[in-house]
Design a protein around this ligand. Structure first.
Ligand code: ZN
Length: 153
């Protein structure tokens, strides 16, 4: 394994065992419920938006280490940014995890620590675990998910 792979793995393990932004969000206006039936990962995501900026984002629920690491890295990446920036990050994350190599370099700049999850793209059954938190975030932002479950199916 290369040094970079080791570094990536450390970041993923750190976030998987000690997820950031875990817990409900005070004064959240947006939320969504996500479920990955392939693994049993289950997250609720809550967001408080102030002046077009994601002032706070948090998650509750349970999932495997990959899903926890991904949702944790996601909350750190989008917090403090605009909703449009969060959408952009989702697009970049999605192409990384789906291994669309044409824009890898561009993504690394944009994604920062989230790039640590790129190794997951080699494991099709794990991709859904990694994508769950992001898909649930995007659904929450769109506001069209009230009362519905966002599934990775
Ligand atoms: Zn999982």
């Amino acid at each position: 394994m290369s040094e970079l792979d080791n570094l990536y793995q450390e970041v993923v393990m750190d976030h998987g065992s000690n997820p950031r932004n875990m817990g409900p969000v005070n004064g959240a206006q947006k939320s969504a419920h996500g479920f990955n039936p392939f693994c049993g990962d289950l997250f609720d995501i809550e967001i408080r938006v102030e002046n077009d900026t994601i002032a706070d984002v948090g998650f509750t629920g349970k999932g495997c280490a990959i899903s926890r690491a991904s949702v944790s890295l996601m909350t750190e990446a989008v917090k403090g940014g605009t909703e449009a920036e969060a959408q952009e990050l989702f697009t970049a994350f999605h192409s990384m995890i789906m291994a669309d190599e044409s824009i890898f370099e561009f993504e690394d700049e944009l994604l920062g620590d989230v790039s640590a999850l790129r190794g997951v793209s080699a494991y099709p059954t794990r991709i859904k675990c990694a994508i769950l938190g992001w898909r649930t975030l995007v659904a929450a932002l769109s506001g069209e998910s009230q009362g519905k479950t966002i599934s990775t199916e």
